[in-house]
Design a protein around this ligand. Sequence first.
Ligand SMILES: Cc1cc2nc3c(=O)[nH]c(=O)nc-3n(C[C@H](O)[C@H](O)[C@H](O)COP(=O)(O)OP(=O)(O)OC[C@H]3O[C@@H](n4cnc5c(N)ncnc54)[C@H](O)[C@@H]3O)c2cc1C
Length: 389
Amino acid sequence: MTTRYPLVVVGGGIHGVGVAQAAAARGYRTLLLEREALAAATSRSSSKLIHGGLRYLESAQFGLVRESLRERELLLRLAPGLVRRVAFHIPVYRHSRRGPSTIRAGLSLYALLGNLGRNARFQRLTRGDWPGLDGLSPEGLRAVFRYHDAQTDDAALTRAVMRSAESLGAARACPAEFLGAERHAGGWRLRYRDRAGDRECDAAALVNAAGPWVNAVARTIAPPPPCPPIELVQGAHIVLDRRLARGAYYLEAPQDRRAVFVLPWRDRTLVGTTETPRGDTPVPAAALPEEIAYLEEVVRRYFPEWRERTEGSFAGLRVLPHGSGRIFHRPRDTVLVAEPGHGPRLVSIYGGKLTGYRATAQKVMRMLAATLPARRGSADTAELPLTPE
Ligand SMILES: Cc1cc2nc3c(=O)[nH]c(=O)nc-3n(C[C@H](O)[C@H](O)[C@H](O)COP(=O)(O)OP(=O)(O)OC[C@H]3O[C@@H](n4cnc5c(N)ncnc54)[C@H](O)[C@@H]3O)c2cc1C
């Protein structure tokens, strides 16, 4: 007999595991299919920030920033072993696009959107503090601001959310590749392939959380669901064998004035990221020589005394709505696409942020509320602690 689940989730990145956790918390027996390993793709290649996204203020994405700051506070409380507060420094140089008063205004708004809590405070450092800033170039420096955001291990966070989902009754098939689904009365007949061969199961609802493969997965579903055009944009990081003493740095790339982060990562330093268009079909994400050169140039400009060579690199693919404007200014909101009409049986997740995975999962479950049978939820994801392995 074919097993029937209320919900099947395709993709074991942060969004897939987030939905599995939210569904299991509401009492739905959920199956998650992941073809490689948990956090095999984008969710292991991010900048690892749990943040509001200071730069999104410039493109007036206030809702996104407010929600992300709320989720940051929640994750700092729920996952103290996985998410930690980090000091960020914004140096303002004579050549910087934004002067001290603009940075102060931005940080004030960021603090306001963060409800002026403990992590919302910021300060302008005194000149006496500058020499302690990891060798930051003083040449043309006018001011340095310090504020706080948070950092995580993205892959470890993904695994922790899946463990939480499993503790609530969710099942995981991994490696298991989703092959397609056909609509029938009452939901879907799904096909997937695991180590034992091809299998089938039924589901009342399906969530497509395949990240960069979201449209590839959508194209295996019949009848064809809405499939908005996307652009995949690669973001690369380099890894330097250096330990940062004071926290993170938020810099303006001298080449094109984009934001680039220099971040503490274990006993290393991460520098990222780039934005390289990669079309609409996923390619294996790997840092290109020109991306590495771009990031190394940023380091040379701001930390001229550093002698460490790049010892590694990694890259991930952002899913952005197809558009004509500059990539840097495109909206970074998560877009949830459901079948038209009341009671959708399929929701696809496009784009989004690691930081907002829990809020996104809540929205997905609200969209499926009319489809799934009524259940009395056993837990609230805003209360469930997440622990490292
Ligand atoms: C360079 C970069 C930096 C970023 N930095 C940050 C940051 O600092 N903070 C932040 O909040 N956000 C950040 N983001 C955004 C965040 O990383 C992503 O939004 C998030 O990781 C996407 O997760 P996902 O689950 O949607 O996709 P993924 O993590 O890509 O997961 C999709 C999964 O689906 C699986 N899959 C695909 N097809 C199938 C199939 N047919 N069957 C079964 N499984 C399948 C894949 O193997 C994969 O594991 C960044 C993104 C990038 C690219």
